[in-house]
Write a new protein. Structure first.
Length: 285
């Protein structure tokens, strides 16, 4: 007997019977639900559901899709069915800081992140040896104000040629153009520090030290045309105190950044994230 695991996600306007539309068909086919999450947003009048289920027999995916499409059509559902064995292709963009990239590559190597990485893109050559050690193509595409449009066109070509389903900005220290943000909106994840008060410009951790901050954090979000203000997927925070000098704050911040980013990537890959206007619905595990 073969066993396989699948994930079915759907969202639609709030209506009576939406949960049964999903679970009823799974019961009819005798597929065992191993994880079920749903949320009805009374403000947006939108319903969201994620069902992970186990199949202990030969699975006729095409037939299941046909039957569910009939059910989903009655509710205007946008839905997706995917095997947990599938590994989506993820392109990573990075500059010189390697902590987030290292964490993603390690978790990819040990199978904690079920993804393929067809390309790493950077505006600096510094991390080429790291990519080479992992056997991943590394594209060094330097960028200046004058060459930005040409460089971004090359970046997008690599992403599209790789059939990437997700782009991860693992401390890619360049502001993307409005055009590129619009192309990647909803399927590119960025990470940045979260400090209160908000410290902008150079050396934010040094500014935070001068103000005596008591927490350090990071935010992972989908990119859009508003700099660092896209829909939030995951956040991390840790306490600090007067004993933390700027270099200590930086080290703590880097740890939080790598953990928060990898968690956001995993949530996306496991189809736990739904866009809900400018916000997200996240079924964390």
């Amino acid at each position: 007997m073969t066993t396989s695991n699948w994930i079915l996600t759907a969202q639609c306007p709030s209506r009576l019977g939406t949960i049964d539309a999903v679970t009823g068909l799974l019961y009819q086919h005798q597929h065992y639900v191993t994880e079920l999450n749903s949320f009805d947003d009374c403000h947006s009048n939108q319903f969201f559901i994620r069902a992970q289920f186990r199949v202990e027999e030969a699975f006729d995916e095409a037939d299941f899709r046909r039957q569910f499409a009939v059910r989903a059509g009655k509710f205007g559902m946008q839905w997706r069915l995917r095997s947990t064995a599938d590994k989506p292709k993820v392109v990573i963009m990075v500059s010189k800081f390697d902590h987030c990239l290292n964490d993603l590559l390690y978790k990819h190597r040990i199978g904690q992140l079920s993804i393929e990485i067809p390309a790493i893109i950077s505006n600096h050559p510094d991390l080429a040896s790291l990519a080479e050690w992992h056997g991943i193509p590394y594209y060094h595409l330097p960028v200046t104000a004058a060459s930005k449009a040409e460089q971004e066109a090359k970046v997008m070509k690599i992403i599209k040629d790789s059939d990437a389903e997700l782009v991860v900005l693992a401390r890619y220290m360049q502001v993307l153009s409005s055009n590129m943000c619009q192309q990647l909106e909803g399927w590119a994840i960025n990470i940045h520090h979260s400090l209160l008060p908000g410290f902008k410009g150079a050396k934010p951790y040094h500014q935070a030290y001068e103000k005596g901050v008591k927490t350090v954090g990071a935010t992972a979000h989908y990119i859009n045309d508003d700099l660092d203000e896209g829909p939030i997927i995951a956040q991390g925070i840790e306490p600090v105190d007067h004993t933390y000098y700027p270099q200590d704050l930086i080290a703590k911040g880097r740890d939080i950044e790598r953990l928060t980013l990898s968690r956001a990537v995993r949530y996306h890959v496991e189809q736990r994230v739904f866009l809900n206007g400018d916000r997200t619905v996240v079924f964390a595990d």
